[in-house]
Design a protein around this ligand. Structure first.
Ligand code: FE2
Ligand code: FE2
Length: 226
């Protein structure tokens, strides 16, 4: 297994391919995931079927989940976040978009082209669906990060169960989630250049802590391509 510093998302190492559809041991052997991600999955065996479900449902969401897991882990390590919260963040990253495999939502996810207002409304339900499915399985911190993982939901208070004392992990999550979404290639778009990604994130996330998290992800990316 590789240390996190050796794993390069640009070369797609952090993103397993669909052909391997979540063979955890092979991913670990091939150095596609870090020890922390591997251990978090091992310690939470319930998540294995859920990750498989995501992989079967949509390759992009599958890759994105592992990308976000890697970024939350990286920030957590750099800022010395306690191990427990760091693991909760990894688990939340792996499962945050589980709700997208819901029948109605998956149709919207797979649609090519812009969403109308009804489709956007359907899409907005995915965090709560995952939150409910994780009941009795994941702990409260993981579930609350999952339910609040879209910043708009969080800010507008549409999330029923408001996260308490989760400001810091949530900020780490929002930035990691957006970073992976912006930098990665999708069916419908190229990944954006790093400078553009940085600009978008700095405009959106303005607190002092946020700047540090953005620095960590941008520096890591630039170091990898040097
Ligand atoms: Fe999401
Ligand atoms: Fe996401």
């Amino acid at each position: 297994m590789k240390e996190i510093a050796q794993i390069n998302p640009i070369e797609n190492n952090a993103h397993p391919s669909k052909a391997e559809l979540f063979d955890l041991e092979k991913m670990a052997e091939d150095g596609m995931i870090t020890d922390s991600i591997y251990n978090t999955i091992k310690e939470n065996p319930f998540c294995i079927e859920m990750i498989k479900e995501i992989a079967e449902f949509d390759e992009i969401t599958f890759k994105h989940s592992f990308g976000v897991a890697r970024y939350v882990e990286l920030i957590s390590k750099k800022i010395g976040l306690d191990k427990r919260t760091a693991e909760d963040l990894i688990l939340a990253a792996l499962l945050h978009d589980l709700g997208k495999s819901d029948e109605d939502i998956s149709k919207v996810v797979k649609k090519n082209g812009p969403l109308d207002s009804r489709e956007k409304e359907i899409m907005r339900r995915h965090p709560e669906i995952a939150f409910r499915r994780l009941e009795g399985r994941a702990n409260d911190v993981v579930r609350k990060i999952v339910v609040a993982h879209h910043e708009d939901n969080y800010r507008t208070g549409s999330v029923k169960s408001q996260p308490e004392n989760l400001e810091l992990p949530l900020r780490i999550f929002f930035i990691s989630d957006d970073f992976d979404a912006l930098i990665s290639e999708r069916q419908y778009k190229e990944g954006l250049p790093i400078d553009e990604v940085e600009e978008i994130l700095r405009k959106k996330f303005k607190r002092d802590d946020d700047q540090r998290f953005i620095d960590i992800l941008v520096d890591d990316f630039k170091n990898k391509i040097q």
